[in-house]
Design a binder for this molecule. Structure first.
Ligand SMILES: [Zn+2]
Length: 226
């Protein structure tokens, strides 16, 4: 990602709110905080933080950024609860289906699922973006977001996007990505992911990648504001 463009977008969205309304006008982004309720996801290697809680923190930061840029933001969840109703047989599938009912029901323009990663090798680090298999728009969106994440000053390695066989990607009508923000199995990544400043930095990178994708796709009027 070109840092000059990134700075320009920040200046539009932060210091010129009237112009910012052009950026996401009438576009709907669905932000999905992965897991929730009895499904806590993975946990922090030292802090034992639940992935589901951290996902929600990052999802809410993304919500704020997109709303500041005048997007219509729909969250799949805004509390620690899951979306499955009663904890009974098939609850995980019901939870995932409900996320897709929400995303496809609002005719989303973009879908972003927020997760934290885990791996047996504790030295594995970094943020990685997955996209809907066989969907060029999702792939392009993932590449913009990944490039933006790789450009972060805290980035420890250059990651490549991967096609992801996930329910929320496979069943989403909109261009869809799943962002694994870092590895909770890595003590170094865990420390960063729990840091408020890093959380702001990472979510800003995801947001800017999305805006750049929309910009090149001609789906925003961003160019006319520069
Ligand atoms: Zn997860």
């Amino acid at each position: 990602m070109c840092p000059i463009i990134a700075l320009a977008i920040i200046s539009v969205t932060v210091t010129a709110p009237r112009q910012a309304s052009v950026v996401g006008d009438k576009m709907t982004v669905v932000i999905d905080a992965g897991h929730g309720g009895v499904d806590g996801g993975v946990e922090g290697v030292n802090s034992k933080v639940k992935e589901s809680d951290l996902n929600l923190t990052y999802a809410m930061l993304l919500k704020k950024l997109f709303e500041q840029a005048a997007f219509n933001v729909v969250m799949t969840r805004q509390t620690s609860a899951g979306l499955y109703g009663a904890v009974s047989k098939g609850f995980k599938q019901r939870d995932l289906k409900e996320r897709m009912r929400i995303a496809n029901g609002v005719n989303a323009d973009l879908f972003i699922s927020v997760h934290m990663n885990n791996y047996s090798d504790k030295s594995r680090r970094g943020a990685q973006v997955f996209y809907k298999i066989g969907d060029e728009k999702s792939k392009s969106l993932a590449e913009y977001v990944q490039e933006s994440l790789n450009d972060m000053k805290e980035s420890v390695r250059v990651c490549s996007t991967l096609a992801g066989d996930y329910y929320v990607l496979n069943n989403c009508n909109a261009p869809a990505v799943l962002c694994e923000c870092g590895f909770l199995s890595s003590p170094e990544d865990e420390k960063l992911l729990l840091d408020d400043v890093y959380a702001e930095s990472l979510t800003s990178a995801v947001f800017l990648g999305c805006v750049e994708y929309l910009n090149q796709a001609g789906q925003t009027a961003y160019q006319s504001t520069t």
